[in-house]
Design a protein around this ligand. Structure first.
Ligand code: AHR
Length: 839
């Protein structure tokens, strides 16, 4: 309002020209329609990571309820306290992975046996006389004498949270031998030992497994309750399953979700959910892939699976529950099927061609479970599980983050099989945005990006010139997660800016989902995650509110917008040349530079190792031999922005390629980096690096092959505005370092309300106060509203202690017309909504 008045006064004084010269503008022309924006643009991606499901969204309160947590994956073993996967050969690199995983020292995680002297008791795991062959492990309690009751206690996922007056459903599958004549009590004990609920289990005098349930009502709130099963006589008892579920789950579903976390997801208004991963789809080796069929049926009979993030997942949030949850939140489901290949960043195992049909059929069965008629095998099973209606499964993604010829060949087979049986299913490949390679046809490609703020700020135009070639893009995993603390406002602004570019290209990028979505405070497997919780509280980072705001204010169609701001020009600076790699040995020789018509050989001894292990041999070859972290060697002789560099490079490792840097500034914080033959020899990419050398994502990429152990010739032509790279005489890619604007703007129409929606990111530490000119309309309503997310500093973040430090606020706007001024605060993401009458 203040600014509207200011602008009127200035007009009457006749100073308009002066002001306009200084004041930036946002010009929105509603009559010039842009592309439509997909209703499915915003969704969620769920994977069991950071205790997302168990100890997170899935409401189960007991940890290791089936006693399967320390079951070793089939054909693996434990050696010197580490879990050792079966050795297999990577389908792309030929390497046999030697990765091992930490293995818990405690045989029965989550549980403690407590007794006082002279009582005597021991707990051990057994697979004898299993209740379910599929989940065969049970615990044997051998109680030889009892003074006070012997207690077998579960501490949940870092505490069991209960609330006054709420019911908790305990189910246990228990067996005793004829020597046990005592009682069994279930007790909820508060963190200071107070009894919050207690019930006896009605155990029959039989040596068969008994499936018993009782309801415990808590008398107090406590976030760190313990579930105690108490035995008051000697004898032997076996427990196969102990589950404690709140009665109050999201939508009151049995075996359901935690209402507070599910509520946070619901607020995001997601249009789809991608499930079950992520890396866990492929598994470390194929035997420990995520197996959807084993997630069906009685939760007590589900075996669960060890997942690459370091624990066993219970399979409690199974395929049926996921589809049910999609229905509850009006989302379409994306099922990510296993492509007969384990994760490429783990062992890279692939099944032989003879076995491929098994995986294709497994995928078709999953589709049939969701969509099949009742007279089909899997449609019938769905109905038997209580859901005769079809579920909203709309998409199938074949594998996760798989690349290379073996994947492409397999994808083609999956695509044909799925489309033949289910022509309406939208089939997604793991391909990025730089061409389909050997893939014959796909409905969507699925790039993933994790990167620095500048990666996102610099790539808001990434999709503007991508050829539309009959498929669309689903950015299935993305996040600004490097150089952003635990996830601060800078990350949120970078994501909001990127989304502005995404929405502007809504005809091409039709779906997005942030990753990872969820994180238990006590288990951080990934550096930055969207929603944080412990046993009884939950908060969203600033990035969460960006997701909510963008999704709740999605437009149906873009309109033309142009704006002036204050760009931060970061031209390609003159700088030094460097070499490096990620965890891989490399060699460089014969480095020459051509400048001003003169050719000179560079002496590789004249340089400095910044990281890695570098040596120069007698014949002048520079070698990096370390296998840890990113390495960098900076040459001293060149500090320029106009030259042609040539050299021979050889890579020995298989992971990333050879890094070639230019424009390295003296403080080693800015540079351009080519990654030649990265991602298992397959691609070449270029990134502009700011804020130090840490970078996590591909900027622009093209195909390239840099075979291990072979010398390749590289030529880099650097000019002040652009560089071009040639590998073995072929032009591979060019890179133009970009200038990064401080403001990002997009506008569109929400058709059902006929509102013009203007989204503005101001990443600057200064206010941005443009005049907003709306043309192509008859009328603009007098009143509108503004939703804004603002931080005092872009390093600020939400936390358990201050969960709403950065939180969207809604205010009203009045006295609007087709021209008004708005003051966008420093470090802000703002959405203006105003009703219009189009011409
Ligand atoms: O989101 C975390 C992981 O990142 C996913 O499991 C994987 O797909 C990606 O590499």
């Amino acid at each position: 309002m203040q600014h509207i008045l200011l602008s009127l006064i200035v007009c009457t004084l006749g100073n308009m020209i002066t002001l306009q010269a200084q004041q930036p503008t946002i010009a929105v022309d509603v009559s010039k329609k842009g592309c439509s924006v997909s209703p499915s643009l915003y969704g969620i991606f769920y994977e069991e990571i950071n205790h997302s499901g168990d100890g997170g969204l899935y409401a189960e309160l007991v940890r290791n309820r089936s006693f399967e947590d320390t079951r070793i994956p089939e054909s693996w073993h434990v050696e010197e306290g580490r879990l050792v996967p079966r050795k297999v050969m990577h389908h792309f690199t030929g390497v046999i992975s030697d990765r091992t995983f930490e293995w818990p020292k405690n045989e029965i995680p989550g549980w403690n046996l407590i007794f006082d002297t002279p009582s005597k008791a021991k707990a051990s795991l057994t697979t004898d006389s299993p209740c379910f062959e599929s989940a065969p492990t049970s615990v044997e309690l051998d109680i030889s004498s009892v003074n006070n009751a012997v207690k077998f206690q579960n501490t949940g996922f870092w505490g069991i949270a209960v609330k006054t007056g709420e019911n908790y459903l305990l189910r246990t599958i228990i067996r005793k031998d004829s020597s046990y004549h005592g009682k069994v009590r279930a007790v909820l004990l508060s963190s200071n030992g107070e009894i919050l609920a207690m019930k006896s289990l009605q155990l029959e005098n039989s040596d068969k497994w008994q499936d018993l349930s009782v309801t415990l009502m808590a008398t107090k709130n406590d976030a760190k309750t313990v579930l105690s099963l108490e035995f008051d006589a000697p004898g032997k008892i076996w427990l196969d399953y102990v589950s404690l579920m709140p009665e109050n789950t999201f939508n009151q579903r049995p075996n359901g979700m935690r209402p507070d976390i599910a509520g946070m997801l619901s607020e995001m208004k997601p249009s789809f959910m991608r499930w079950p991963g992520g890396c866990i789809v492929g598994g470390i080796t194929l035997d420990n892939r995520f197996n959807w069929k084993k997630t069906l049926g009685d939760p007590a009979a589900r075996p669960g699976e060890y997942i690459t993030w370091g624990e066993r997942c219970s399979y409690g949030f199974g395929y049926h529950e996921m589809l049910q949850f999609c229905e509850d939140l009006s989302m379409d489901a994306i099922f990510v099927c296993n492509a007969g290949m384990s994760d490429m960043f783990r062992s890279g195992e692939y099944c032989s061609n003879d076995c491929l049909q098994f995986y294709i059929d497994d995928c078709l069965d999953a589709i049939e479970y969701a969509l099949g008629d009742l007279d089909t095998e899997w449609g019938y099973r769905r109905a038997k599980a209580g859901h005769p209606e079809k579920f909203p499964l709309k998409y199938v993604e074949v594998g996760n983050e798989l690349h290379g010829p073996a994947y492409e060949e397999r994808f083609n087979k999956f695509y044909d099989a799925i489309k033949t049986a289910y022509p309406d299913i939208i089939v997604i490949s793991n391909t990025y945005i730089n061409g389909l390679g050997g893939i014959k046809k796909t409905d969507m490609v699925a790039p993933h990006w994790y990167g620095t703020p500048n990666f996102y700020f610099n790539n808001t135009t990434l999709f503007d010139n991508i050829p539309r070639e009959g498929y669309t893009a689903y950015i299935g995993e993305w996040a600004c997660n490097f150089n952003v603390g635990k996830g601060n406002m800078k990350a949120a602004l970078a994501e909001a800016a990127f989304l502005i570019g995404v929405e502007r290209n809504g005809d091409y990028v039709t779906m997005t989902s942030y990753a990872p979505l969820l994180q238990n405070r006590h288990d951080k497997d990934w550096n930055v995650n969207l929603i944080h919780y412990d046993s009884d509280s939950v908060f969203g980072r600033a990035s969460y509110y960006v997701q909510c705001m963008a999704s709740q204010n999605r437009v149906d169609r873009n309109v033309n917008v142009s704006y002036t701001g204050k760009p931060t020009i970061k031209p390609c600076k003159a700088g030094k040349i460097g070499f490096g790699s990620s965890k891989s040995p490399i060699e460089i020789k014969n480095v020459t530079v051509q400048r001003n018509g003169a050719l000179s050989n560079l002496d590789l001894c004249k340089g400095e190792s910044r990281s890695g292990i570098w040596t120069v041999s007698d014949d002048g070859t520079l070698a990096q031999t370390g296998d840890k972290g990113n390495s960098l060697y900076v040459l001293d002789e060149i500090n320029d922005d106009n030259y042609i560099l040539e050299c021979d490079v050889r890579r020995k490792g298989q992971k990333e390629g050879v890094f070639l840097f230019y424009g390295i500034t003296d403080n080693i914080r800015d540079a351009v980096r080519y990654n030649i033959g990265g991602y298992n020899c397959q691609t070449i990419s270029a990134n502009q690096l700011y804020d130090g050398m840490d970078v996590g994502a591909t900027g622009h990429a093209a195909k390239c092959l840099l075979l291990p152990d072979e010398w390749h010739h590289v030529k880099l032509a650097v000019t002040p505005v652009k560089s071009t790279l040639y590998v073995d005489g072929e032009e591979s890619m060019s890179f133009t370092p970009m200038s990064t604007p401080e403001q990002f703007v997009n506008a569109g129409i929400e058709e059902k309300t006929n509102e013009l929606v203007i989204k503005v990111v101001n990443r600057s530490n200064k206010p941005y106060t443009p005049q907003i000119n709306i043309s192509g309309v008859n009328k603009v309503a007098k009143h509108g509203k503004v939703i804004s997310l603002v931080a005092e500093d872009d390093s600020h973040e939400n936390s358990f202690a201050d969960p709403f430090k950065i939180f969207p606020k809604e205010t009203s706007l009045s006295n609007l017309s087709t021209k008004f001024t708005y003051d966008f605060k420093p470090y802000s993401y703002t959405i203006i909504r105003v009703k219009i009458n189009s011409l």
